[in-house]
Design a protein around this ligand. Sequence first.
Ligand code: PGA
Length: 249
Amino acid sequence: MRKKLIAGNWKMYKSPDETRTFFHDFLPLVAGHIRDEIVICPPYIDLCAAVQATKGTNVAIGAQNLHWEKEGAYTGEICPRMLLDVGCTHVIVGHSERRQYFGETDDIVNFKLKAALEAGLTPILCVGEVLEEREAGLTEDVLRRQCLRAFHALSTKKAAKLVVAYEPVWAIGTGKSATPQLTSEAHVLIRGEAAKAFGQQFADKLRILYGGSVKPENAKALMAEEEIDGALVGGASLNPKSFAAIVKY
Ligand code: PGA
């Protein structure tokens, strides 16, 4: 049995003060919840407040992005060691908004994934097709390419902590989540790519999350699928009550 992971991606929302308020309200709602792993990924500037607020609790903190170099003259960037230093355990890699708006290529995603794993962070690698790709029947090709390129030059041993999130781009922030069945099909394909790259045993243990308009109303049906090992939640993770309801699906 793969333990499910429910992760919140706050994107560019909330200040440090708002972060403290969130955890003040959220933590009592999920106290003692051990069935699933809970992770919140706030903006960089909120990480310290989030780590402080969740110390000794069942909630872990992750970043939304990282740079792949160990340090250097890269204005505005954050390296893996800095994330570890503030107490992050997870990091989102290759989110579609980074790919779409910030020019992140498959190569960059690969560098970031390798850097995160090497540092000992748990990366949540995002893959997913845009609407035009789905309509053109290219979903399988896109997912295969994104996995293959992301996994390039990674050993099975190094990849041990890998988590993948299938996020069809047309389902993100649209209120139109993918059906459990369609999601499961994509997950089977991704698991197959992981098996080719890292072996069947690894693939059987790999957690593959679904992301895209996950809400308290659809979480239960999605999480009931054997292939779906958790959720990456955007909008609905900003509200303590709705995120707690998703965690407790
Ligand atoms: P959403 O975002 O839940 O608001 O659709 C998901 C994501 O981008 O990770």
